[in-house]
Write a protein that binds this ligand. Structure first.
Ligand code: BTN
Length: 267
């Protein structure tokens, strides 16, 4: 595969993309690692008031939701994780993965990508095909400020024989834009949006971002199936609740589905 036009992650280029926000982040860029989520979970950096980010050019053991694998190839995508700390004693931030999805969507829109949609709880789709995935994992407080690792993978230029399976197919930015962005610019734009939206979320909760999420809801008013570990629920997608739970209109009334080990499919 030709990945000669892949731009490696670079501290100076990323700082330039972040502008005055650069000092709000602690940025660690590595050429290769197993999984940026696993690294931050295993060894969370101390809280110094900044958002800690670990990004890599190549992930060798990337993880997806529900025990799946997030595959990587040299030059094929952007993979990174951000450690977000929330107020001690606050409830589990159920809406966090939706907030992260919205941040990716806004960054893509800033680049001029059209047809960006969000699939509950956290896939980013372009005209129905998966462009990016998000894996949020919690680090329990144990006397320290509790935190969440927000891991994001965005397809930049998938190899033609990638063979990634997704019910409606996958896409990459090379197919969405005449000139796809370099990885530093893309990371800078997503981190800028994460910074802004985490701030709103911390101050006002998911309800302040609910409208923006729903505007991009891929399955709004469509018949869907929720597939759990042992059961399945069918209904019409009625958007999301104040806390980010999915609202499903069923013959028995509107049911709330909490994020977790469930998958959403078009019925
Ligand atoms: C999914 O769609 O199932 C979630 C995919 C999340 C992939 C990202 S890539 C960076 C971070 N590190 C990981 O191991 N996974 C997440």
């Amino acid at each position: 595969m030709d990945h000669s036009d892949y731009e490696a992650l670079d501290g100076a280029a990323l700082a330039a993309a972040l502008g005055e926000l650069a000092s709000s982040f602690s940025l660690v860029l590595v050429h290769e690692c197993d999984s940026t989520n696993s690294r931050l979970l295993a060894d969370p950096p101390p809280d110094d008031g900044r958002i800690h980010v670990l990004a890599t050019d190549l992930q060798t053991a990337g993880r997806g939701r529900r025990g799946r694998v997030w595959q990587s190839w040299p030059g094929a995508g952007l993979t990174f994780s951000a450690l977000w700390r929330f107020a001690p004693g606050s409830p589990v931030p159920a809406g966090l993965s939706l907030v992260a999805g919205l941040a990716v969507a806004r960054a893509l829109e800033d680049l001029g990508v059209e047809g960006v949609q969000l699939k509950w709880p956290n896939d980013v789709l372009i005209h129905g095909q998966k462009l990016a995935g998000i894996l949020v994992e919690l680090i329990p407080g144990r006397g320290r400020t509790p935190a969440a690792v927000v891991g994001i993978g965005i397809n930049l230029r998938l190899p033609p024989d990638a063979g990634v399976e997704y019910p409606t197919g996958v896409t990459d930015l090379a197919r969405c834009l005449p000139v796809p962005p370099g990885s530093n610019l893309l990371l800078g734009l997503v981190l800028t949006q994460l910074y802004r939206l985490f701030d709103v979320y911390a101050a006002a909760g998911f309800s302040a971002l609910r409208g923006a999420w729903q505007q991009r809801n891929a399955f709004a008013d469509l018949p869907v199936r929720i597939i759990g570990e042992t059961d399945e629920l069918a209904g019409v997608c009625a958007g999301v609740d104040e806390d980010g739970a999915l609202l499903l209109r069923t013959p028995g009334g509107v049911q709330r589905v909490l994020s977790g080990e469930v998958s959403l499919r078009l019925a």
